[in-house]
Ligand binder design. Structure first.
Ligand code: TRP
Ligand code: ZN
Length: 877
């Protein structure tokens, strides 16, 4: 039973540390069930006179020695979270010996075992599970680490920085055969960036020559047998290193950069200084096992973690309320990198889809919080889409406001001013003010106000005066704890589109030369008017080009206007956006029975897309992808899961019916020729071909099953195999079973690939899906202790809108049960799964009652973790 309410931390309570740990010497004697950690700290008092309080959890304290004197019980205070010493000198050496049990660590925070190898995860507060320490990001220390382990089982011993020494130890007793390695990281860092790996690993090696001619050794460590699957990541790493030099002037600093792939990991990857640790899902790829989406994801995560070396490691965060300082910025950097490597238009579409799929619901629900939160109970709950993805949008808006050159000046200043320090969001914004001379006080609201602003546009054309007057209003609904909102400073990129798609110059009143075709308006008031002059014809407004702000843009257009913009807006993003809005409006009307048929404007605009598809297959594939059921659910309450599903199916079938010959032709033309290549052009052709397959199999009948099965059988890469299976998983056909069995038998030894197999079954719209998920939980490959397995099966089912929200409540009960089972094992992952219930108040009363019952049962769990307590408490609150 819980004895006390978990306590909340507040940004307003920040106080600088009263002690600083300058250097740390760690000595690990690794044993799976009893690892001994000896820590020698050089500590200096800072202004203040409180006791020394070190954080520490889940370990057995063996001894404490201060300047050589062993402390006895009365000299210190020990509880289950900390070690306090009342009287200490101004400068002293503290030696702490403790023992931990990595084998029992299923939370995967601190030191744990993954497939028999030792590895760590310390962000945000895992280091305190390794040893007692000032486990806060504003304490920067120089680390020296000695690792000792059995040589045969753990031949590879890795840590941050440079390897200084290593070798065999004289074996004194029967278990002999031990060895050690000594590592030193010259860059002061907070404890959350510490990493250690010990295991029997394969590796691949390469090198990189930096812009000043320094040679950096690169090494990727993987489980034996996976070496070849790491080569794509190695290439991505080298591209990232080059890009950061060119785009931001950032050179790598240590002599060696290492990445290790592990199979049991709570999130994607971790930017530990010089020793990134990756979830193997976002590192390993081969044509036989990885889809094009996997390749793209690997490239972006490798870049993300590498970019953290400057935005995160060299300049870190003062406290966890500044988390978006490193995460929003680093996501923004990896998005632009991926755009440069692939296609900016397609990248933007995918980033916005992710933002709207995950962040908008967060902002609209009980878990809404600002990009800079004001308080938290469990910081692990704040690695959210708001911190990451909306945080990245905020950086993008700053760049839009100051321009490309202004942006580079600001980031140069940021690196010059704050290198080697723990910085704040405020420090970052000041660099933009300092370098551009702009006043960003109103802009700072983006960090403080939660919620998604709505911008509504209305235009009036005066043919006689040749003026177009644009009225923009902004509004922001209350969010938990923030009833009143102030108007934001919002960059709104617009264009004026003429009848036949001509770009009309956008010249504002008072300007004496023709304006650009596309320009940024700065909205600062609740209501603002912009007058464009010399407008030759009544324009269509292209609003929010390139998605210039994370808001909901609304224009009063009807079907015909949207279809025109979908066909000829000069902005790729807004062409796609017009199609999405149009499709969503149609489907929602069909779902609510206010309309029976698909829309001729939309169908004919899709015809135009298909006609031009070969010019840019990746973009066409995006145009052909209808808003998902989850996206539709976010647009209208109360949500009707069956209605949405049926309406979407109807639109898919209407498109298929209208264009079968052209779809079949494209399907043929986009066939892969020659050897597989994961490059974005080839991937774009496969994406278009598989989009055609979706429509060509829309009948879900025997003919469709035959085509899907043939597609699957003839596939020579994972992308195409998955496309075939994804079609089959919708169908009640014997071919479905044989194909799934075939896939299982081929990949049963490969957990990452079986995850896809599980995920496809969990995403099926067939009525028995919840029952199959329950059966799959008993499959030998399923392991509730491995987060990848849980996400692949249960996470995918939670995202299956139709079946998770089944009226029977079966779906809710299934996910609720798993959350309750998982919480004592891995609270971080359990709390994340609970996000499936986030939008529960948007559904009909019967479903609300079912979901609330699950939430109550979770919230009342005996010994509930602070993670899950905070999340479910907010949802119910
Ligand atoms: N800083 C990591 C990143 O952006 C994310 C992270 C935080 C993480 N906590 C974690 C990753 C725990 C794995 C496990 O990329
Ligand atoms: Zn990150």
């Amino acid at each position: 039973m819980r004895t006390e309410e978990p306590r909340a931390f507040h940004l307003a309570d920040y106080q600088a540390p009263e002690f600083r740990i300058h250097t740390v010497h760690l000595d690990f004697v690794l044993e799976p069930e009893a690892t001994r950690v000896t820590s020698r700290l050089e500590i200096e008092r800072q202004p203040g006179n409180g006791p020394l309080v070190l954080q520490g959890e889940d370990q057995k304290l063996l001894s404490v020695t201060l300047d050589g004197r062993a402390l006895v019980a009365g000299d210190y205070l020990l509880d289950d979270k900390s070690l306090s010493i009342g009287k200490v000198p101004a400068k002293f050496t503290l030696e702490i010996v403790s023992e931990i049990n990595p084998a029992a660590n299923t939370a995967l925070e601190g030191l744990f075992l993954s497939s028999g190898m030792f590895c760590t995860q310390c962000e945000p507060e895992g280091f305190r599970r390794i040893t007692y320490f000032l486990d806060r990001p504003d304490n920067l220390s120089v680390f020296t680490v000695r690792i000792e382990a059995a040589k045969e089982q753990y031949p590879v011993l890795l840590c941050n920085g440079n390897r200084m020494d290593g070798g065999d130890l004289a074996s004194s007793d029967s278990n002999g055969g031990r060895h050690f390695a000594l590592w030193h990281d010259p860059f002061p860092k907070p404890s959350y960036l510490f990493a250690l790996v010990a295991g029997d690993l394969g590796s691949i090696h390469d090198h990189f020559i930096t812009m000043t001619g320094r040679r950096i050794e690169l090494a990727l460590y993987v489980e034996h047998g996976n070496e070849l699957r790491a080569t794509y990541a190695m290439g991505a790493l080298k591209r990232s290193m080059t890009w950061d030099e060119e785009a931001y002037g950032r050179e790598y600093d240590l002599d060696i950069f290492m990445i290790v792939a592990v199979s049991a990991f709570n999130m994607g990857a971790m930017e530990n200084k010089g020793l990134n640790i990756f979830n193997d899902k976002v590192l390993l790829a081969s044509p036989e096992t990885a889809t094009d989406d996997d390749y793209a994801r690997i490239e972006s995560v490798v870049a993300h973690e590498y970019f953290h070396n400057w935005t995160g490691d060299r300049i870190t965060c003062r406290d966890w309320f500044q988390l978006s300082l490193k995460e929003g910025l680093t996501v923004f950097r990896d998005q632009k990198f991926s755009g440069d490597m692939r296609s900016h238009g397609v990248q933007r579409i995918q980033d916005v889809r992710a933002l709207r799929g995950r962040q908008f619901p967060e902002d609209a629900g009980p878990l809404a919080h600002p990009v800079q939160p004001q308080s938290y109970i469990e910081i692990n709950n704040f690695y959210t889409a708001t911190i990451y993805d909306k945080g990245a949008e905020v950086i993008g808006m700053l760049k839009t406001l100051v321009g490309d050159e202004g942006y580079r000046k600001a980031t140069d200043l940021y690196f010059a001013r704050h290198d080697g320090h723990a910085a704040t969001v405020e420090d970052w914004v000041k660099c933009f003010e300092g370098s551009s001379g702009r006043d960003l006080s109103q802009f700072r609201l983006w960090y403080r106000q939660a919620g998604t602003p709505v911008i509504e546009a209305r235009g009036a054309y005066d043919a006689a005066a040749r003026t177009y007057t644009l009225y923009l209003t902004q509004s922001l609904a209350p969010t938990p704890g923030q009833p009143d909102k102030q108007p934001m400073h919002i960059p709104v990129r617009i264009g004026l589109v003429g009848h036949k798609g001509a770009a009309l110059p956008a010249t504002l009143e008072g300007e004496n030369r023709a304006g650009p075709d596309s320009r940024v308006l700065e909205l600062r008031e609740n209501f603002q008017r912009f007058v464009f002059v010399d407008v030759a014809q009544e324009p269509l407004l292209s609003l929010g080009r390139d998605f210039s702000a994370p808001v909901i843009f609304r224009t009063p257009y009807g079907r015909a206007e949207r279809a025109i913009l979908m066909g000829c807006d000069h902005d790729d993003f807004n062409r796609w956006e017009a199609g999405q809005i149009l499709a969503a409006e149609i489907m929602l009307e069909v779902a609510s029975k206010t309309r029976a048929d698909a829309d001729s404007h939309y169908i004919s605009a899709i015809g135009t897309v298909l006609g031009k598809a070969e010019a840019d297959p990746a973009f066409a594939a995006e145009m052909l992808m209808l808003p998902t059921e989850n996206e539709l659910a976010a647009r209208k309450t109360p949500v009707d899961p069956e209605g949405i599903h049926t309406a979407r199916l109807a639109l898919v079938r209407a498109i298929a019916l209208a264009y079968r010959p052209r779809l079949a032709q494209l399907y043929e033309h986009m066939r892969d020729e020659g050897d597989f290549s994961p490059d974005s052009q080839s991937a774009g052709r496969r994406a278009l071909r598989n989009a055609c397959l979706r429509y060509l199999t829309a009948g879900d009948d025997e003919a469709a099953a035959g085509l899907a099965e043939a597609h699957y059988r003839s596939a020579t890469n994972m992308t195409d195999m998955i496309a075939g299976l994804a079609a089959l998983t919708r169908m009640e056909s014997p071919l479905r079973d044989t194909a799934f069995t075939h896939f299982h038998d081929r990949f049963k030894a490969d957990p990452l690939v079986l995850d896809k197999w599980m995920g496809l079954q969990a995403g099926s719209p067939l009525p028995d899906t919840a029952a199959s998920v329950r059966a799959l939980m008993k499959h030998p490959a399923f392991d509730i202790k491995n987060p990848n397995r849980v996400r692949a099966l249960i996470g995918a089912f939670g995202g299956n809108h139709l079946r998770f929200h089944a009226a029977s409540g079966d779906g809710y009960r299934l996910v609720g049960e798993v959350i309750r089972t998982l919480d004592p094992i891995n609270p971080q992952v359990a709390a994340r799964l609970a996000g499936a219930f986030e939008s529960w108040r948007r559904y009909d009363p019967a479903r609300q009652a079912l979901m609330k019952a699950e939430l109550d049962a979770i919230h009342g769990l005996n010994g509930i973790s602070p993670n899950l307590f905070e999340i479910t408490g907010k949802m119910l609150g």
